[in-house]
Design a protein around this ligand. Sequence first.
Ligand SMILES: [Ca+2]
Length: 339
Amino acid sequence: MARMMVATYLMFIAYLHSSLSDDGHEMEEFLKREYSLTKPYQAIGVSGSSHWELMGDAMVTTDQVRLTPDMQSKQGAVWSRMPCHLKDWELQVHFKIHGQGKKNLNGDGLAVWYTKERMQKGPVFGNKDFFTGLGVFVDTYPNEEKHIEAQKKRYTPRTQRIFPYVLAMVGNGSITYDHERDGRPTEIGGCNAMVRNLKHDTFLFIRYVRRRLTVMIDIDGQHEWRDCLDIPGVRLPMGYYFGASAITGDLSDNHDLISLKLYQLTVLRSKQEEEDEEEVTIPSVDNMELHRNYYEGEGMSGIAIFFTVLFSMLGLFLLIVVGLVVYSHWNESRRKRFY
Ligand SMILES: [Ca+2]
């Protein structure tokens, strides 16, 4: 009887988790415990048999994995020990960022990783720069805006954004994360997300299916996923490591990880699709330069603006001429009617 109930329950869970992908293909999700990090965090330990490893200032308590405390110049991380060989997956990140700092006097944020490298300290939210793989950042401090303010420049960034900002970057081992510009030159997509000092739970959702990267956020306490970015043609090799890291500088915050849940997604592929998906060895994004020239990459270039103005004026001129011609014809025919 008990066994039957368990079976029914499992079927119910499977039913709950089976969903339709954006392109209408049915998918099934299975929680992969060996790649997940949940309370009571028994998977973390000093022994070699544990699934997760802590680094730097990261600490485990009963309620969370604290990547950094609300103190200056800290960095910490937690990394999976096992490379992940799943083709399609979904990572649900339950996190909490909170601290004493008032608006924009806090920093710097946390990152979730799927990379070739692991356990290396560095400037990118506590992880190494020139990483290989995917990074999804919750950036809580507007470095670029503050830098411009400090310089008293009358220049505003082409894309002014509200922080905290969620941003995704794909690295191939030879591109740098530009901290001073909040990663704008290497951004493949992003959205703003007011995630600090909230009473309710906040989640980040990273889905990788058929080389489509989707990031969603659930931060309003409504149990609703909001789209953040959705990019097709993201090529990520298999066998990379999941991890999370955070960093504080002059400004700080508690960067807490409550859970990481990795689901395997079972996606049916046709034979043709299987054949088309050749092995990926270096991360890349189709039809996208991973590093853009910052000032030309965003908005219109000077030449584009010049031609837009020129053609608009030519168009307006043409309209006026046509208008005048029509008006004079109309006037003439009216005069003819009177005489
Ligand atoms: Ca920043």
